[in-house]
Design a protein around this ligand. Structure first.
Ligand code: DC
Length: 237
């Protein structure tokens, strides 16, 4: 924090929401690093909750048992060279949470209001102490309702499926485009239709559609929106 700020300056908080495959994680990483602020990937926290439920052998359909288990777990993050490490009861599970099994468990446990309330509380507490960029599904609508910069990052389902397919091929897998597109559509349906805090665009969010933008162009579009917000209001980093 520099000394020439007026006392009224708010911390720079950026909320980025959007559907699966819109590039939220990598774009958010780059934007946060260019601005010199932290990036909190909230999906990683839901993944850690899902991993804990799996490890405890809790039936994922059992809302009460899953909620009780997640309340017992200590889910946290730590930053190493500016990058987020995700912790479960003190163990660094950043790699373990990236499997399809954990993604499915995260999707299941994130439906439960008690799980969400717990993680939202932690996310808000983290943003109290430092300027940051947070990405997820409910950041602009629930977690940081007052964030001075809100972005809804999206792209057509076909483009998102194309990008996913490239990632799969890099990992040595070769699913068909049709299968990947069907999975993207299924996740969209699930994310936007669940009862608790479904994915939706906040009224005051700006849509960035990356369908026809490169990675660098998308980053530049978001940085321009941040600049515009900082012209209107003193926001400190
Ligand atoms: O973005 P991701 O795939 O890592 O997210 C994992 C799961 O958590 C996904 O099913 C959506 C859910 N999620 C959520 O409900 N709310 C958030 N703020 C972030 C993720």
């Amino acid at each position: 924090m520099s000394n020439d700020q007026t006392p009224a300056a708010r911390p720079l908080l950026i909320a980025i929401d959007g559907p699966v495959g819109a590039g939220k994680s990598s774009i958010s990483d780059e934007v946060a690093s260019r601005l010199g602020i932290l990036h909190l990937d909230t999906g990683a926290m839901y993944r850690a909750a899902g991993l804990y439920a799996l490890r405890q052998g809790v039936a994922l359909e059992d809302e009460a048992a899953v909620t009780a288990a997640v309340l017992r777990a200590e889910i946290g993050v730590r930053y190493e060279n500016g990058g987020q490490r995700t912790l479960l009861n003190g163990e660094d599970v950043s790699a373990q949470i990236r499997t399809p099994e954990v993604a499915a468990a995260a999707s299941a446990v994130s439906r439960y209001p008690g799980v969400r309330a717990q993680l939202v509380r932690q996310q808000r507490a983290l943003a109290q102490s430092t300027p940051m960029l947070m990405d997820g599904r409910d950041i602009g609508t629930v977690v940081l309702k007052d964030a001075p910069v809100k972005i809804y990052l999206t792209a057509s389902a076909e483009k998102r499926a194309e990008r996913r397919l490239i990632q799969y091929r890099e990992q040595g897998e070769n699913p068909s485009f049709e299968d990947v597109l069907a999975a993207v559509n299924a996740r969209d349906e699930q994310d936007t239709h669940r009862e608790a805090d479904p994915l939706r665009q906040a009224e005051d969010a700006v849509v960035v559609d990356s369908s026809d933008l490169s990675f660098d162009e998308t980053v530049a579009a978001i940085l321009a929106l941040v600049d515009a917000a900082r012209q209107k209001e003193a926001l400190h980093v």
